[in-house]
Write a protein that binds this ligand. Structure first.
Ligand code: XLS
Ligand code: NI
Ligand code: NI
Length: 436
């Protein structure tokens, strides 16, 4: 055992003062006809939880993530697997997400990296036996290695493109081997710093080519899950091509990728794009592309991806409102979140996930109450009621034209005001449901 002093985390209810207990996440509690754990397929992010040790631009590691082994060795890679499985089991988490190079130290030669990946994935498969833990999604890290300084699919170098393709191929193999539900393309460095040196159209076409090859290969090895784009507007590049959900959907449709791809929406990326989390979820949902979620939150005072564990219950409630209305996800809720640098203890690792899982459990409970309450949905329906009959119904069914509408306007003289938006009353309902 690696986390000897941490017990399995129980549900103790909202009054518990035990830091190592769930206050709201009660996996078997039925909400709108389904157990919480099915509404909330939580996933552990290999990179943050087992890798990130508090390093920032100004200081080295604060947390010890060696798990008793020497970092940079295969022994350490295995210790991470042991730690990860113990961690997930103690929290009742049933999924994990990974990048290829989260699993093993990357070698100089790709053949050796791939050999290590085979070895570690055999070890993970062994570990999975007798548990209900599976892979939620896999991906390839096509942004950390210096060769990807100008992007992967969007690189100016065809050799680098080939390396990206090789990594995507292997990461797909691993995802299928580990039973993954999805495969993610986060745009890494797919973007640019200056148009003075960039052929934007060429780069975007090449990214689409790489994605088409991934679909063809994935389907040929029996991958039946969804591919996802994870939009992000900036960081590391000044301009990232997958700016937000709307941009990514346009790209997918333009290049004929929309049948195989959905979106993985990350809260902190949506807010970096100047949207709310709920906005990007709604854009995805109304386009039939709400696939998976990277659960975290940003800081409104900071302009980068702080990847904090989600704490904001309003945002989690609005997220779950969108998820419930669109009938769930094909993916799940991956905690692409990291404990703050001064939260460096093992207890903090667990407490971070308890916070995140409790926040989403609260969000689920409150979103279900909002839906059952019905006042928000009833108001929205009522707000557009003028389209249900008369001239409105004709507009909706396409049975009218500008001439008829102009004549109709003449007969009215002037329309009445469109009715109060009642924003404050609706916000008050949300508060009442949250705290009443
Ligand atoms: C970075 C992204 C990344 C993806 C996976 O900002 O969120 O962690 O989720 O490559
Ligand atoms: Ni991110
Ligand atoms: Ni992410």
């Amino acid at each position: 055992m690696i986390f000897e002093n941490i017990p399995a985390i129980p549900y103790e209810g909202p009054k518990s003062t035990n830091p190592l207990a769930f206050k709201f996440y009660d996996p078997d509690k039925i909400v709108m006809g389904k157990p919480m754990k099915e509404h909330l397929p939580f996933a552990m992010a290999w990179w943050h939880n087992l890798g990130a040790a508090g390093t920032d631009m100004f200081g080295r590691d604060t947390a010890d993530k060696s798990f008793g082994a020497v970092k940079g060795t295969m022994e350490h890679a295995k210790a991470k697997v042991d730690a990860g499985f113990e961690f997930m089991q103690k929290l009742g988490i049933r999924y994990f997400c990974f990048h290829d190079v989260d699993l093993v130290p990357e070698a100089e030669d790709i053949k050796e990296t791939n050999r290590r990946l085979d070895e570690i994935s055999d070890y993970i498969l062994e570990k999975m036996k007798g548990t209900d833990i599976k892979c939620l999604w896999g991906t390839a890290n096509m942004f950390s290695n210096p060769r990807f300084m100008n992007g992967a699919g969007s690189s100016n170098s065809a050799d680098v493109f080939a390396f990206a393709a090789a990594q995507a191929k292997k990461a797909l193999d691993l995802t299928v081997k580990l039973g993954g539900r999805g495969y993610v393309f986060w745009g890494g460095r797919e973007g640019y710093e200056t148009l003075l040196n960039t052929d934007m159209k060429f780069e975007q076409e090449n990214i689409a080519k790489l994605m088409h090859m991934a679909i063809d290969y994935g389907r040929s090895i029996g991958f039946t899950g969804d591919f996802y784009i994870e939009p992000k507007p900036k960081e590391p590049m000044k301009h990232q091509y997958d700016f937000d959900a709307a941009t990514a959907i346009g790209f997918l449709r333009q290049y004929g990728l929309d049948k195989d791809f959905k979106l993985n929406i990350e809260a902190n990326h949506a807010t970096l794009a100047g949207h709310t989390f709920q906005h990007d979820l709604r854009v995805s949902a109304i386009n039939g592309m709400l696939g998976s979620i990277d659960a975290n939150q940003g800081d409104m005072l900071l302009g980068w991806d702080t990847d904090e564990f989600p704490f904001n219950v309003y945002d989690a409630t609005m997220c779950m409102y969108e998820v419930l209305k669109s009938d769930g996800l094909t993916g799940g809720f991956n905690f692409d979140s990291k404990s703050r640098r001064p939260s460096y203890t093992v207890e903090d690792m667990f407490a971070s996930y308890i916070l995140g899982m409790d926040t989403f459990a609260l969000g689920l409970l409150k979103a279900a109450e909002l839906i059952e309450d019905g006042r928000l949905a009833a108001f929205v329906k009522e707000r557009y009621a003028s389209y249900e009959s008369g001239i409105g119904a004709k507009i909706r069914s396409g049975e009218t034209d500008l001439k008829e509408l102009a004549a109709y306007a003449d007969s009215l003289g002037a329309p009445e005001l469109p009715g109060s938006g009642k924003q404050e009353q609706l916000e008050s309902i949300v508060n009442q449901v949250l705290f009443g």
